[in-house]
Write a protein that binds this ligand. Structure first.
Ligand SMILES: [Zn+2]
Ligand SMILES: [Zn+2]
Length: 183
């Protein structure tokens, strides 16, 4: 089996199907890791990936590389863009791989689109930029550096995510309003 077939299979096992986003995420991973001098077939702990979307492509990146939210090696920036930045933490090198906008004339059948993305020359589907990413100490994998307790709701807050109001630690739910309301 070719490298891309092995990687697509891994992504399919995790995601459930080989859809256009899975093919795109697989090719993004191949491009990003190559630029960092890493082999997508070999598990590494030297990789952090910032994804800019929570759609299919992100599952391919996670399935192939093993980065995850739980390991703090996968960072989700909710920008709604098919783009991801791959960082080699051993060398500090970082590259951002962004999908070029889709050609409106392309097929509407999803299988056909997937095949097209699979076979397209890389420079037609991606822009690759060398970038610099400064990862805050409190966002790095590893043991927590700081814990606090919210002075309003009393819940624990990990990893310096509190805000300080009138000299007191307040969680973001209390300080900025939350995505839920308590019934
Ligand atoms: Zn999908
Ligand atoms: Zn609170």
């Amino acid at each position: 089996m070719s490298t891309i077939d092995i990687l697509l299979q891994k992504a399919k096992d995790f995601h459930g199907e080989i859809c256009p986003g899975i093919v795109m995420g697989t090719r993004m991973t191949i491009a990003g890791m190559r630029e960092l001098g890493l082999d997508p077939l070999t598990k590494t702990h030297d990789l952090i990936v910032y994804v800019e979307i929570d759609r299919c492509a992100t599952d391919a990146i996670q399935a192939i590389t093993g980065v995850s939210l739980g390991h703090r090696s996968l960072k989700h920036m909710n920008y709604g863009k098919f783009a991801a930045t791959f960082i080699n933490t051993a060398t500090g090198k970082a590259v951002r791989v962004a999908a070029t906008p889709r050609n409106p004339d392309q097929p509407t059948d999803m299988k056909e689109v997937a095949k097209m993305i699979c076979n397209a020359p890389e420079e037609e589907i991606f822009t690759i930029q060398d970038v610099k990413v400064t990862i805050l100490k409190e966002d790095m994998p590893g043991f927590p550096t700081h814990k606090d307790t919210c002075s309003r709701c009393g819940e624990g807050i990990m990893d310096s995510k509190e805000v300080i109001i009138d000299g007191k630690a307040v969680c973001k739910n209390c300080a900025q309003g939350s995505y839920y309301t308590i019934l």
